[in-house]
Design a protein around this ligand. Structure first.
Ligand code: MV4
Length: 600
């Protein structure tokens, strides 16, 4: 076994990996950017090395700096986590050359699965069912038209060969939409992966996203740990995951498990990996393989009792897997909610900021994987996911009740997170019936109900400096009279407790008593005609001009922040009278994006 491992990542996954290392008696090495000097993962590690400035290209993606840190620390192996360099075959090869162990699959397996067309061809040869379509790149639109007419038919999915996780994925419902889809997928492939190559798949109208966790060692053992359902997604970002999948019974589990282990064996996979697929009407199709530990690995850990990260480390050290397929047992049900710094009511706009008071839920069957604490700064530079809340219980219904209880316990002050969104969605009939909830996630009106109450005016730092006082009030709640005693900071002159509206709207929307964490931070205000930016980022697209007449909800601009594209829509109908933004410009939270005057 290794004696020291460097974790080439940040946030919750870096902490998660350190936990497994500690249990295995392995010393941990953190790396960090200048923005992460005070981050939880840095303090947690036995030692830590500064990589460079905040931008990932100068820190978490800087291969030379990472290898230098490995050599200075004397670590024998590197765990990449997910994101950053986790699926970079060149990084795995560079480590190999420097005689450092990469805790992950061989570079050849990363490479084989990295090209989606190559992966589809390999899987087809291995007898793994793929979504019907092409395994060769489709060079030109005329070529695509021919293949669609001859074999696939409409609707058709156009996907970037270098893509994955939905990047570079467009749908053409009929021939008239093919050109846009083809060009869109190619453009996105070029932008994100430097590869404009696209391929075609039959578009499945209402599949479930079902993926299988696999583990493989260097002794020829390849096993699967059952499946996860990750159908609840928004713009290809998973939001809630669960295991087992509601639509999978034991017979289907055995069938898709074999598909997954066949797929892994075909690329001589080792370590932890995931076969992603689509399930429709009991039929399973391979989509792609993620050659890394995934965000949602935790739900599988909860129902199998297996530490997936630990198994990956054991495999990299040359040890055999600690369990066999026959020994594996699934028990109960697990659900994971991603706690992102995002505002669901504003199109899931990133909501970076500094966390105030912070308190994680606990109690039976509750697990929190987080990388933050009180005072942590969520930077727009990195992923908006700050924590994962995972629960286990004996069945899906009880796990849902437990998740709602845990979400209610979670206190994250001064930061807008998806907690109200999760709380609302888990109480819907659609979730109860195990539907994919696609209708709700696209429902602008429903999401708007999740709006955070306006931030309260800070009472001139009174809370920090003043002694708490006791004050008595008489209040009426739904016409019933109560005498209440309030113990806390004295109120600023001229304001009574109710001077700012109480967060009843949010409470109604989330159907539970208002919690402290609901009273979140200031955000992009939308006062009168001014449409101000709810986030800090870069303007990617401006969809209107001065003088354009817009409907409420019409696209005004696209702003990139925390690696996500965010559509900013008109807050009211009217005419764009001012437009102080341009493509490429940086905007701060609260900056005016447009002024929309009411049409006469
Ligand atoms: C598809 C699809 C339908 N047909 N491919 C790709 C990446 C992943 N985020 C979802 N992806 C999809 N690929 C074909 N040929 C539909 C989706 C899809 C989806 C699938 C299951 C559950 C939820 C989904 C949400 C968006 C897109």
């Amino acid at each position: 076994m290794f004696s020291k491992v460097l974790i080439a990542n940040r946030g919750e996954i870096a902490v998660r990996i350190m936990r497994s290392c500690e249990e295995l008696g392995i010393a941990t090495v953190a790396v960090y950017s200048e923005l992460d000097r005070d981050a939880v993962h840095v303090k947690r590690a036995d030692e830590a090395y500064l990589l460079g400035p905040g931008p990932a290209a100068e820190s978490y993606l800087a291969v030379d700096k990472l290898i230098d840190a490995v050599q200075r620390s004397g670590a024998e192996a590197v765990h990449p986590g997910y994101g950053f360099l986790a699926e970079n075959a060149a990084f795995a090869a560079a480590l190999e050359k420097a005689e450092i162990t990469f805790i992950g699959p061989p570079a050849s397996a990363i490479d084989a699965m990295g090209s989606k067309t190559k992966a589809r061809e390999l899987m087809q040869k291995a007898g793994v069912p793929i979504v019907p379509g092409t395994t060769e790149p489709v060079e030109a639109i005329e070529h695509a038209q021919r293949v669609i007419a001859d074999t696939i038919g409409y609707p058709v999915a156009v996907k970037a060969a270098g893509g994955g996780g939905g990047k570079g994925f467009r749908v053409a419902l009929d021939e008239s939409k093919l050109k846009d889809a083809f060009e869109g997928a190619a453009r996105e492939g070029e932008k994100f992966f430097g590869d404009a190559t696209v391929y075609l798949e039959r578009y499945l109208p209402d599949p479930r996203h079902v993926e299988v966790q696999v583990l493989a060692d260097t002794h020829g053992n390849v096993i699967h740990l059952g499946e996860r359902d990750c159908s609840l997604q928004r713009r290809h970002q998973k939001l809630i995951e669960e295991a087992p999948a509601p639509a999978v019974d034991e017979a289907l589990r055995a069938k898709i498990g074999k598909i997954a282990t066949d797929a892994a064996a075909a690329v001589k996979y080792t370590g932890a990996g995931t076969i992603e697929g689509l399930l429709q009407d009991g039929e399973y199709f391979f989509l792609e393989m993620n050659t890394r530990v995934q965000v949602e690995h935790c739900v599988t850990e909860m129902v199998t009792g297996i530490d997936i990260v630990k198994e990956g480390i054991r495999v990299a050290a040359g040890e055999p897997l600690s369990i066999s397929q026959d020994e594996l047992e699934l028990r109960g049900h697990a659900i994971e909610c991603r706690i992102n710094a995002e505002d669901a009511s504003k199109n899931f706009a990133p909501a970076p900021g500094k966390i105030g008071d912070y308190r994680e839920p606990a109690g039976p069957g509750v697990r929190v994987d987080s990388g933050v604490t009180s005072g942590s700064e969520i930077s727009p530079m990195y992923d908006p996911m700050v924590a994962k809340l995972i629960v286990w219980d004996v069945d899906r219904e009880q796990a849902t009740a437990r998740m709602l209880r845990a979400l209610g316990e979670y206190e994250i002050e001064d930061l807008k997170t998806l907690i109200p969104f999760h709380t609302a969605i888990l109480q819907t009939r659609q979730w109860h019936d195990a539907e994919t909830c696609r209708d709700l996630i696209e429902d602008k009106a429903w999401l708007k109900e999740l709006a955070f109450p306006k931030a309260e005016k800070p009472a001139a730092d009174a809370e920090e400096t003043a002694e708490p006082v006791e004050q008595s009030y008489t209040v009426e709640v739904s016409g019933k009279r109560f005498d209440v005693k309030v113990i806390g900071a004295p109120l600023a002159a001229g304001t009574l407790n109710g001077a700012t509206p109480a967060p009843v709207e949010a409470a109604a929307a989330t159907r539970r008593a208002p919690r402290r964490s609901d009273r979140a931070a200031a955000g992009g205000g939308r006062g009168g005609d001014t449409l101000s930016s709810p986030l800090q980022g870069t303007v990617l697209k401006v969809a209107v001009e001065k003088g354009t007449e817009v409907e409420e909800g019409a696209l005004v601009a696209v702003i990139e922040a925390m690696k996500m594209e965010n559509e900013i829509t008109a807050h009211k109908a009217g005419v764009v009278s001012e437009l102080p933004i341009a493509v490429g410009a940086s905007v701060a939270t609260g900056d005016t994006l447009a002024v929309i005057s009411s049409a006469q």
